[in-house]
Ligand binder design. Structure first.
Ligand code: UD1
Length: 429
């Protein structure tokens, strides 16, 4: 198991520039969409993160040929050789479920492992399944696998009971090759859904209502190749924005999409930071000496992202007063709170709420990363925790943050990766 160690003689004040990578959550559905055509799809601004590697391994098993060079990815799926997404890959990355819709739509069959439990709570895929059933797929669960079959999917009207990002993406992709019109209601509004729809339109899909809650798709017989640039990662950007606010720093973020960051900008501004838009795709975040407490409730886009909740919790440990963080999307997404307490934070978890009492000095310790964003929050905490902070099980972080050590090192942080660190935190895994 690898670990990251941050050496903090005195809390850092981050200053400088950081370039934000392409969005993990946008590239994964884009890669899955390549299954819908036999022609080549070119994706640029691809983040070099572990989840991309996992998705490409999965596509390779399904028959794709691909080349990834300098953030530029070329994928061609002339034939779908296998319709099976094996458990080992789905377990490593839940977003593997994104191949379900495209496989049934193009191949007429998909056998995708059920994702099962997850560190951040129960994450069912019932809405993906019931949506595909409404499109005419016959679905059974056999030996832990979703087995979906349909000679030809048929357009239908489907209303999601709950907003689901990958659920919306799966059904939009499936509907592109269905016969007739599909109307999807209560769709997720995340920019990553928007970006996927844009790619599909470039591939020849007929989609109306992109970026709205109701999306209409007129099925076509075939899709073609396309070029598409992956949008900037708003969660990576948000993480560095919090880093600047937390360390009373002065960071310039390049290659961002400010319109995707409005809720995060609002929250940081209320906490006292100054956020300046420097250009169409760059922002400056200047942390204030005093961080103000505030309550945060996670919600689907354009609400405050659950993927920023852990990072914001760290910021609130340094606020002058008490903040209440309410998690409404996932039911067990507070594992990082216990690790932050080990570093000296005062946090009390009560059901879906975390009560954070600031301001408490943090001191370095060994901690364990439990999921992707929890890991990011521990890295942030390490920037202000005096002494050494060692974050174990860092592979979670590698799933979604490209070159985070290099980016932090360039901002003056002393950080190193330890191979085979023997977890000394006393925390059982
Ligand atoms: C996506 C993101 C993830 C983010 C999450 C919420 C990707 C690859 N991942 O995950 O980073 O944290 O959105 O913004 O884009 N639900 C059901 N039944 C379903 C599907 C979802 O009940 O069939 C529930 C979930 O348990 C959760 C809520 O809906 O409570 C939202 O989940 P969803 O938007 O589907 O998350 P993901 O798409 O898995």
């Amino acid at each position: 198991m690898e670990a990251l160690r941050i050496y903090t003689e005195k809390p850092y004040r981050l200053k400088g520039e950081v370039t934000i990578s392409g969005a993990k959550n946008a590239v994964l559905p884009a890669i899955a969409a390549c299954l819908l055509t036999k022609e080549k799809v070119h994706l640029s601004n691809v983040p070099m993160v572990k989840d991309v590697e996992t998705m490409l391994t999965l596509l390779g098993e399904l028959g794709a040929e691909y080349q990834l060079k300098k953030k530029s990815l070329e994928i061609e799926v002339k034939n779908i050789a296998s319709a099976q997404a094996p458990y080992k890959l789905v377990r490593a990355m839940r977003a593997s479920i994104l191949v379900l819709g495209p496989l049934v739509a193009r191949k007429g069959k998909a056998i995708v492992a059920l994702p099962g439990g997850c560190a951040i709570g129960t994450r069912p895929v019932d809405l993906h399944i019931s949506g595909l059933q409404k499109l005419g797929a016959n679905i059974t669960i056999e030996h832990g696998y979703i087995v979906a079959e349909a000679k030809k999917l048929k357009g239908a009207e489907i209303e999601f009971d709950k907003k689901t990002v990958t659920g919306t993406e799966n059904l939009v992709m499936a509907a592109c090759l269905a016969k007739g019109e599909t109307i999807l209601k209560n769709c997720a509004l995340e920019p990553e859904v928007f970006s996927l729809c844009e790619l599909l339109v470039k591939m020849g899909a007929r989609i109306d209502g992109i970026g709205e809650e109701t999306i209409r798709i007129k099925g076509v017989d075939e899709l073609c190749g396309a070029h598409h640039r992956i949008i900037p990662d708003r969660i990576e950007a948000g993480t560095f924005m919090v880093a600047s606010a937390l360390t009373h720093g002065d960071l310039i973020l390049k290659e961002v999409e400010p319109t995707h960051l409005e809720t995060i900008i609002d929250k940081l501004t209320i906490s006292g930071a100054r956020v300046e838009k420097l250009s169409r795709n760059s922002l400056r975040v200047i942390g204030s000496e005093e961080i103000k407490p505030q309550d945060v409730t996670t919600a689907p886009y354009p609400g405050f992202p659950t993927d920023m909740q852990a990072q914001f919790m760290v910021l609130m440990t340094q606020a002058n007063g008490t903040s209440i963080i309410t998690e409404t999307i996932f039911d067990r997404r507070f594992a990082h709170a216990n690790e932050l307490i080990r570093l000296g934070a005062s946090i009390e978890v009560q059901g879906d709420k975390a009560i954070v009492r600031g301001k408490t000095p943090l001191s370095g310790a060994e901690v364990v990363a439990t999921d992707l964003r929890a890991s990011a929050s521990l890295v942030l905490a390490g920037l202000i925790a005096t002494g050494q902070t060692t974050i174990n099980d860092i592979e979670h972080l590698d799933r979604g943050y490209e070159k985070i050590e290099e980016k932090l090192r360039a901002l003056g942080v002393r950080i190193e990766r330890l191979k085979n660190n023997n977890n000394q935190s006393g925390v059982k895994k």
